[in-house]
Design a protein around this ligand. Structure first.
Ligand code: FAD
Length: 288
């Protein structure tokens, strides 16, 4: 199928893009990599009257490594993250995760900002953003504002973005002494995962001093599992994976669909939490 006809506006600054969105009204859509939007337009599941192309905005493609955070412009492509944008434990995590996002042609065009704005419940970047406590920076007619990932991602394909706002950057905290792990279960490599987990562990003398665990596939959006975080904290690193997995299985009550039962989804979530926690427990630790 072909999309409904639409107007096209190319923008070269964030201010221009915000203005174009404001002028076009509710029906306008930002065009980033087009990897989700264009198929939806072709199927007429999305029928924007105006496309505001942000690809020419060079400012949105940058990466900044600061002392306390790694900032990714909204247009940083999955492929750039796969090739590596920063050293250390966080950089390694991003490289590994990116390799699980779709197939190469999609990774070359698809962007981290587009992925967050699209808010697919099975999107790896939404999972990572929630697990790590990312801040999402938005630009609108009133200026800039930042929201925590859990506040930004409201539900399946739903975010706190207003119609005249765009995502400009995602800021990931750089935590000294933390190590990270990721695991997912997908029917084929590169397809959307049925379940996944991302884990951060603060390791002090082989003991888990701090912990952040998020899963996807168990509800309409990536969610933290506080019971699993509590279960892993204070334990020797080698005991943390089983403790976190068991607590995940007890804490979650996902809704099944079709032949996929709630018990199956709970088991998948627990298994991915075990694998991701084990990867973090034996992984590179961010330099202090
Ligand atoms: C075959 C296939 C397999 C895929 N597999 C996976 C997968 O395994 N995991 C995964 O996570 N994703 C997967 N995707 C989706 C892919 O990662 C997309 O790139 C991503 O979801 C959207 O990024 P984009 O830059 O292409 O955004 P677009 O398609 O351009 O936009 C998506 C939506 O976000 C909005 N938007 C985009 N950028 C911004 C912005 N900066 N500010 C405000 N709104 C914005 C658009 O208006 C649109 O509503 C797959 C896609 C395909 C086609």
């Amino acid at each position: 199928m072909k999309p409904q006809s639409f107007a096209y506006v190319a923008t070269s600054t964030v201010e221009e893009a915000v203005r174009a969105l404001g002028e076009a009204g509710e029906d306008a859509k930002v065009l980033a990599g087009g990897q989700s939007l264009v198929p939806m337009m072709n199927l007429r599941l999305a029928r924007p009257s105006v496309l505001v192309d942000i690809n020419p905005i060079a400012d949105l493609a940058g990466v900044e490594v600061g002392p306390a955070r790694l900032s990714l412009g909204a247009l940083v492509r999955h492929r750039s993250l796969e090739l590596g944008v920063s050293p250390g434990a966080l950089g390694r995590l991003l490289r590994e995760v990116a390799g699980h996002v779709a197939e190469l042609p999609v990774r070359v065009r698809g962007s981290v900002g587009g992925s967050l704005a699209h808010a697919d419940p099975a999107a790896e970047w939404c999972l990572v953003a929630v697990a790590l406590g990312a801040e999402i920076e938005l630009a609108g007619p009133g200026g800039r504002r930042s929201l925590g990932a859990e506040e930004f991602l409201e539900g399946p394909f739903s975010t706190a973005l207003a119609a005249d706002e765009l995502v400009v950057a995602v800021h990931l905290p750089l935590r000294a002494g933390w190590a990270y792990g990721f695991a997912e279960h997908a029917l084929t490599h590169g397809s959307f995962a049925q379940a996944g987990a991302c884990v951060g562990l603060e390791l002090l003398d082989g003991v888990v001093a701090g912990c952040r665990i998020a899963v996807m596939g168990t509800s309409g959006r990536a969610e933290r599992v506080p019971a699993a975080e509590a279960a892993a904290t204070g334990r020797p690193a080698e005991a943390a994976p089983d403790a976190a997995a068991e607590a995940t299985r007890d804490a979650l009550a996902p809704t099944g669909y079709g032949e996929v039962t709630s018990d199956y989804l709970r088991a998948l979530a627990a298994a991915t939490v075990r694998r991701a926690t084990a990867a973090a427990a034996t992984g590179t630790v961010e330099a202090r």
